[in-house]
Structures are given as C-alpha cells and as structure tokens.
Design a protein around this ligand. Structure first.
Ligand SMILES: O=c1ccn([C@@H]2O[C@H](COP(=O)(O)O)[C@@H](O)[C@H]2O)c(=O)[nH]1
Length: 274
C-alpha cells in the first residue's frame, strides 16, 4: 500500500486507529484454547469485530516467534486474513549489517507480504537501506519510544550539534528515505514532544504506540502531532484486544475500537483532514 492509499483509507474510515495484535496465549479466553490454532482463531474474531474502525493492524512478532513454527504459521494465516485495504505493520524491530538486513527485509516483504516493518536505527544506514529498497513498503524507524528506558539514550544531547539522539535519528534517516517510504515510531506517553518532532518530520507518518494500557493520551497525540494528511497511526493493543476476556471478548474489542474511532473522527474534523 502506498502513502496516498493509506491517507484515502484514513479519510474514508474517519479513523487513524491501528489495532495491535499482541496475541498472548496466556490471555486467550478458555473456549478458544480447545481449537487447533487458538492464536489465529482469536485474531480472526478480533479482526472481524474491529476492521470497520481501524486502518492498520500491527502484530508484534515476539508474540508469534516465541511459539516457534506454530507461531509463525498463526502469523502468516493472520496476515492473509487481514483485508487488503488495511495497512499491515510487522512490529519486529529488526536491523543488522546490510547483508543480514537484506534477508530480514525479504522475510517480511517477500515471504510475508507486510506493508511495513519497524526497524531499529542504531546500526546506521546500511542496516536500514535494504528495507527502503522496496516499492510501496514502509520502514517505521524507532525514534522516541514510549517506554521508561527511552530516557537512557534517546534524550542524550550532542555537544557538536545540540541535537538529542532521537532528533538526530529523524534528521539523518530523512536523508535515506522520504515520507513515501519512511515513518517514525513516537510514543504516546510523551505527546508534548510531538510538536518538535513535527518540525523535523512535517510530512512523515508517525506510528504512535502507548494509548490504552501505557496511559498515553489520544487527545495529546492528535493535538500535537496531526498534519494535513493526518500523518498519524495510533496503536492500541491490550486496551482493545483484552478489553474483555470472556466469550464476548470480540464484541467488547469492537466497541473499544469504535470508541477510539469516534474520538479520532472528531480530531480529523478539527484539523480539516476530513
Ligand atoms: O515505543 C514503542 C514501540 C513499540 N511498542 C509496541 O506497541 C505495542 C503497545 O502495546 P499496548 O498493549 O497498547 O501497550 C506493543 O506491541 C509494544 O511492543 C511500544 O509500546 N512502544
């Protein structure tokens, strides 16, 4: 999917919601555990219930690869089940020397047909460029993450440039890619930082995790980070998919996703995107 198509889906659905498929076998309702592939059955029900309210799904790869070959199989089946007009994100946080990154890119863009993958920036250009060589695919580069540990390195300031590390990541990576193939991860837990990030990356989409279970504010994100095309994909994983753990889990997940979509519709109108 290209950027123009993503923007068109956001406008049509009046939503910039990304539902995180962090499907944890421990948290799946008991009645599904008797099925042959509980992870896939859970994801199918979540997708059926939420697909009208979201524009992206983000399976976090750790939840699948931790189950070995069966997990990879559940992931592939889930990816194939997601409607083709919904943007897909492999939250894999990959990145290695160029020769190895090339194979990570092949795994997620050719073996599996994800629209995008999250990539760690710290090994530099040769670790990221192989992912950027694919047409109509996106790299989503970690810039300012939502966790406590973000404070350990990401705010360090360079004596020579005065830039913080996350700012340098955005500035430098913007010379490798462009808004047609490059997005950045910015946590919802630091919404006040989004104004500054928008100065460095006015047109790039930002993937914003941290709304829901991590306590990030959707309002703060929208008010500080929205651009003329929306420019935001706001993710909620646990806050949607585990909103209820009974047999009604999917219905409640659908209601949660709808609530978020309705709030998003308000912000899209406020900023003249729709
Ligand atoms: O900075 C980051 C980068 C990635 N994540 C991932 O997003 C989801 C958030 O899940 P919630 O249940 O909505 O908290 C999860 O897959 C993280 O690994 C992030 O949270 N922050």
């Amino acid at each position: 999917m290209n950027r123009q198509e993503l923007v068109a889906h956001i406008k049509a659905k009046k939503s910039f919601l990304c539902v995180g498929l962090d499907t944890d076998i421990e948290k799946i309702p008991n009645h599904l555990k008797e099925t042959e592939d509980p992870i896939y059955e859970f994801n199918k029900a979540i997708i059926d219930a939420t697909k009208d309210y979201c524009v992206a799904y983000k399976p976090n790869i750790a939840f699948y690869e931790s189950l070995g070959s069966k997990g990879w199989s559940s992931l592939e089946k889930t990816l194939n089940y997601i409607p083709k007009d919904i943007f897909t994100i492999a939250d894999a946080k990959r990145g290695d020397i160029g020769n190895t990154s090339k194979l990570y890119a092949r795994a997620f863009f050719e073996q599996m047909d994800f629209d995008s993958i999250t990539v760690a920036p710290y090994m530099g250009s040769d670790s990221v460029l192989p992912f950027l060589s694919y047409e109509n695919k996106f790299v989503i580069l970690l810039a300012l993450t939502s966790n406590e540990g973000a404070l350990d390195f990401q705010f360090m300031t360079s004596n020579s440039t005065g830039l913080k590390l996350y700012e340098k990541v955005i500035e430098k990576a913007s010379t490798w890619g462009n808004p047609e193939n490059l997005m950045f991860v910015v946590g919802a837990t630091r919404p006040e930082m989004l104004k500054n990030i928008r100065k460095l990356a006015p047109d790039n989409f930002l993937l914003v995790p941290g709304v829901g279970a991590q306590g990030g504010s959707l309002e703060g994100v929208a008010m500080n980070g929205m651009n003329k095309d929306c420019g935001l994909l706001v993710n909620s994983s646990r806050g949607v998919i585990y909103a209820d753990q009974s047999e009604s889990f999917a219905t409640v997940a659908g209601e949660k996703a709808k609530e978020l979509q309705q709030e998003m519709e308000g912000y899209l109108k406020k900023f003249g995107v729709i």
